[in-house]
Design a protein around this ligand. Structure first.
Ligand SMILES: C[S@@+](CC[C@H](N)C(=O)[O-])C[C@H]1O[C@@H](n2cnc3c(N)ncnc32)[C@H](O)[C@@H]1O
Length: 193
């Protein structure tokens, strides 16, 4: 397949920004697919910090990481991603290679527990400060569930307002999907600022 899926393209972009031994953040751990990807990308000398508000998600993710021998690289935080700045030390040092958001609800879990526009926006704001120059932040948004459309609009508004001289931003979406196609936003902190 020449054209990547939304999730594969998010991995491609995040992976390009990650150095061996680097620091990456999974802002929505869920079942841990992205966390495991980030852990493999930073390697055994790197660090991944992952956030989720649901113990069920962290348990599933922990099992996935243990099965792959990746648990030593990952610090799982049972808290919302709006605590990102606090968990990373609150220093806004700009040391993070990549931050991945995969919004919405936990697949196979409680569909009423979803990410929310206001806390997502807070976490995006904090995440952009923590990115290193050349670092990448990816956000996958879904509109098919209650509140999804409002959250997608909040993310689009935040991304669109990023200053062009400090960030490069794009969106990626299939044009011919009939039902609520997901959308990827990706933001790179420019290296020349
Ligand atoms: C679509 S799932 C993430 C999928 C995951 N990245 C994976 O690879 O399996 C969204 C997750 O966001 C979590 N979530 C909801 N509100 C959150 C918040 N404020 N901070 C962090 N995670 C949150 C949900 O509990 C759910 O597990």
């Amino acid at each position: 397949m020449v054209i990547s899926s939304i999730l594969d393209y998010a991995h491609t972009l995040a992976g390009r920004a990650i150095d061996e031994g680097g620091l990456a953040v999974d802002a929505t751990v869920g079942n841990g697919h992205d966390t495991a990807f980030l852990a493999r990308a930073v390697g055994p000398s790197g660090t991944v910090v992952g956030f989720d508000v649901q113990e069920a998600a962290l348990t599933a993710a922990r099992q996935r990481l243990e099965a792959e021998g990746l648990e030593g690289t990952v610090r799982l935080v049972h808290a919302g991603h709006q605590t990102l700045a606090h968990e990373l030390g609150g220093t806004e040092r700009g040391e993070v290679d990549a931050i991945m958001f995969n919004l919405g609800y936990l697949p196979g879990g409680d569909h009423t527990v979803t990410t929310r526009p206001e806390t997502t926006r807070q976490a995006l704001e904090a995440g952009a400060k923590e990115l290193r120059h050349g670092g990448v932040l990816t956000v996958v948004v879904y509109t098919g569930h209650d509140g999804g459309e409002a959250e997608a609009q909040a993310v689009e508004a935040w991304v669109s307002a990023l200053p062009q001289n400090r960030f490069r931003a794009l969106s990626y979406q299939f044009s011919n999907w009939s039902n609520d196609p997901p959308r990827l936003f990706a933001v790179e902190k420019r290296g020349d600022t």
